[in-house]
Design a protein around this ligand. Structure first.
Ligand code: KG4
Ligand code: ZN
Length: 355
């Protein structure tokens, strides 16, 4: 049985192309929570064949992967289904067919013991998991969520207390990385590979005649937008297409693209920190693994916002995982707030209620 004040939570994530399960003892203070098991099965290799996520294939993969992941969890932890206080599963936002596999699996596991079920907002998972990984972090904080599907700046005042200050009007930052990576010839998703090329050492000299010009992204608008950059990158890469195999050309293009995306993100963070002061800035979601973004934000805080401390989730919790779903679900179940499990392709994080 769970010790008092803590809950044993099973987390399930299937919103896109990662199937994941986790078993957590979720406690207050949050940092006393314990990860008993976490495992991710990535489908990237499958979707690489098609250059992007194929929703039907993704759903089928989740269906095959979840029982295997769950058996491994039971085998490694020895947990008995009876002892699980709550099953937290991603309800949205995400691909509906994929979400449905996760929610149906959760429902099935809940049947024998009428285990409590909670549908978790995927973005809320990204927003809250830094609390698990950083004992010093407390509400309120400014959070930059940068993933393959989302780019949002959120004031996080408590569990369920989210004010979205800016979001993207078109592509997400991760998509901007991935679409550019595709143009440079990287396999899907490609964002991390583009970043690795841009950061590669030793630095390479600028090849003669290489013209690199990318626009500053939406400097004066409140929201993010990456569509102008996408067009500019596409024109630039087309212009240099014949030279992509020359030494240094792809490197310099990748560097310029990464810098444009990072500058766009950092300048919005700067605006938000000027408008309101925060003791903590949290960066979360897949793109938060990007080293150049980390450097730019560290530099910004050091130079202009010395009272703002920068936090990230652990590297393995930057990208999609079930630990963040178990954690967010656990924080909500402790206060007895439950949602139904009907999958939601769209589910704005600001529509959630405070606990
Ligand atoms: O949070 P996440 O795993 O999935 C979504 O919820 O979308 O984020 C995946 C995104 C992809 O676009 C991937 O290319 C990007 O995060 N990504 C990176 C890096 N690592 C992952 N982008 C830039 N630099 C990285 N190091
Ligand atoms: Zn995500």
């Amino acid at each position: 049985m769970a010790s008092s004040g803590s809950k044993l939570v099973l987390g399930i994530e299937t919103s896109c192309d990662e199937s994941a399960v986790a078993l957590l003892r979720v406690a207050r203070p949050y940092a006393e929570s314990e990860i008993l098991f976490e495992q991710i099965s990535s489908q990237i290799k499958l979707h690489q064949l098609y250059g992007g996520v194929v929703p039907e294939l993704a759903a089928r993969e989740h269906l095959a992967a979840l029982p295997v992941l769950y058996s491994e969890l039971v085998e490694k932890t020895g947990v008995n289904l009876r002892d699980i206080d709550c099953i937290a599963v991603t309800r949205g936002p995400g691909l509906k067919g994929c979400l449905m596999i996760g929610t149906d699996f959760a429902r099935g596991l809940s049947l024998p013991n009428s285990t409590a079920l909670i549908g978790v907002n995927h973005i809320e998972g990204h927003l809250l998991v830094p609390l698990l990984d950083n004992p010093a972090l407390n509400f309120p904080y400014l959070a930059l969520v940068v993933s393959g599907g989302h780019t949002e700046l959120v004031r996080v005042s408590g569990v369920g207390e989210y004010a979205v200050l800016a979001r993207t009007t078109d592509d997400a930052a991760g998509e901007a990385f991935d679409k550019s990576a595709h143009l440079l010839g990287f396999q899907y998703p490609g964002g991390a590979e583009l970043a690795a090329l841009a950061d590669s050492l030793p630095e390479q000299a600028l090849p003669e005649g290489l013209a690199i010009s990318l626009p500053q992204v939406m400097r004066n608008k409140v929201d993010f937008s990456f569509s102008g950059l996408k067009t500019a990158v596409s024109l630039m890469v087309k212009r240099e297409q014949g030279r992509l195999s020359e030494p240094g050309v792809r490197y310099h293009l990748a560097k310029a693209i990464q810098e444009a995306i990072v500058q766009a993100l950092a300048s919005k963070v700067r605006q938000a920190l000027h408008a309101e002061s925060y003791a903590a800035l949290v960066v979360t979601g897949g793109v938060s693994a990007n080293n150049s973004l980390r450097k730019a934000l560290a530099n910004l805080c050091e130079k202009e916002f010395a009272n703002t401390r920068l936090y990230y989730p652990r590297r393995e919790h930057c990208t999609d995982n079930a630990t963040m779903i178990a954690f967010a679900g656990g924080l909500r179940s402790i206060t007895n707030e439950h949602y139904d499990l009907e999958p939601l392709a769209r589910w704005p994080v600001e529509s959630l209620k405070a606990t």
